[in-house]
Design a protein around this ligand. Structure first.
Ligand SMILES: [Mg+2]
Length: 381
């Protein structure tokens, strides 16, 4: 079997899909994307395709090595995301070739269903209590929300209280048997995080995510030590080597994104690395259906797994949503906040190719928002 074509599709709301086809008619799908940089990643995928055409698609690990290291310059979000989407598509082809879901090829399932969380509150979280009530009625047992809007580098008492008040409101609606995770999104300074985490601890968040920016990782050990709140990081780490320092600092939860961190191959390895530190995996996935399907395949095969993010109804999904490009959306049917094990071959989904080609014809130019502080200075989003 040989790879004969690598195609890419920029589809709304902000995603990029790739389709790898073979001379035997087998096809695999992947989702290589950096949000807001779809065209850049697309160019990288097509540069990497020069090597892939004519290759045996079943040599996934060898291709991962060559694509990741063979360009001499390595790492970073663009290359790692391009490799991630290709890796997903190759695993999809392998699953179809062997007639097995990817989790069976990774060693078999270690759980029967996977717990999911859902977003409540977007970039300017408000009215979270009402939204949480709706999600509870839908069966979810865990939610995640942004901790704050843009925040001053040294927060006022009012800004600090607002974060705590919102978390308390969420906890009151959720009760003691459900969970709320809080995303600081790198928009909270180390000083603010150090002040906030001990005050948040009595409200028992599931974890606090990106308490500081990835480039301020030197603060992680002190932030872990300053409270009992589990610290989560990893959506902006692209290789297992970038998880070593956070794990040594004592983070409890790693959140590699299967479309950024080298795909199924690398996220499976990152989970194993985390297991050595007693940390658990909660894959980042505010993305599309292929990224979620790939994440779930790893979740079912990973013992130290906590919970899975998914994007249904997320504030970014304007115009199109998670289920729009699937032939059978039932594969992502959530029951009691969990998803059942996908039994289909490969990634376990069937892509509506006509819908994808139509969406690509329209394309998209989604960009990350640019925020400003009240004084006009750049603010982290
Ligand atoms: Mg996040």
């Amino acid at each position: 079997m040989k790879i004969v074509d690598v195609e890419t599709f920029a589809v709304a709301p902000r995603w990029l899909f790739c389709r790898i086809s073979t001379d035997e008619g087998l096809v695999g799908w992947g989702e290589p994307i950096v949000e807001g940089r779809a065209d850049t990643v697309r160019a990288a995928v097509h540069e990497l395709a020069d090597y892939l055409i004519g290759q045996d698609p079943l040599r996934i690990e060898d291709h991962w090595q060559v694509l990741t290291k063979g360009g001499f310059y390595r790492g970073g979000p663009i290359l790692s995301s391009a490799v991630a989407g290709i890796d997903q598509a190759l695993w999809d082809i392998a699953g179809h070739h062997y007639g097995a879901p990817v989790h069976a090829l990774l060693g078999g399932h270690v759980r029967d269903r996977v717990r999911m969380y859902t977003w409540v509150g977007g970039d300017e979280p408000a009215q979270v209590a009402d939204t949480i009530s709706e999600k509870i009625e839908q069966g979810f047992t865990a939610v995640k929300m942004n901790g704050s809007a843009a925040m001053s580098p040294v927060a006022t008492s009012a800004e600090t209280d607002e974060v705590l008040r919102r978390l308390a409101a969420a906890r009151e609606v959720l009760g003691a048997d459900r969970d709320v995770a809080v995303d600081f999104h790198g928009r909270v300074s180390a000083a603010n995080a150090r002040r906030l985490l001990p005050q948040m601890a009595p409200l028992h968040p599931l974890f606090v995510e990106e308490p500081v920016l990835p480039d301020l990782g030197g603060h992680l050990a002190s932030l872990v030590a300053c409270s009992s709140v589990p610290v989560a990081v990893g959506e902006r780490c692209y290789h297992r080597s970038e998880f070593a320092a956070p794990l040594q600092a004592g983070v409890s939860v790693v959140q590699p994104d299967i479309s950024h961190a080298g795909g199924i191959s690398e996220v499976h390895r990152i989970a194993a690395l985390a297991e050595m530190s007693g940390a658990v995996l909660a894959p980042h996935c505010p993305l599309g259906p292929i990224a979620l399907a790939a994440s779930l395949q790893v979740a079912f095969a990973t013992p130290n797994f906590l919970i899975q993010e998914q994007s249904l109804g997320i504030h970014y999904n304007v115009g199109n949503d998670l289920l729009d490009y699937l032939v059978d959306p039932a594969v992502f049917h959530f029951v009691d906040g969990h998803v059942e094990r996908p039994m289909g071959p490969g990634l376990g989904i069937r892509i509506d190719e006509d819908a994808v080609r139509r969406a690509d014809a329209a394309g998209h130019r989604w960009r990350s928002p640019v925020w400003r502080h009240p004084d006009g200075a750049f603010a982290e989003w």
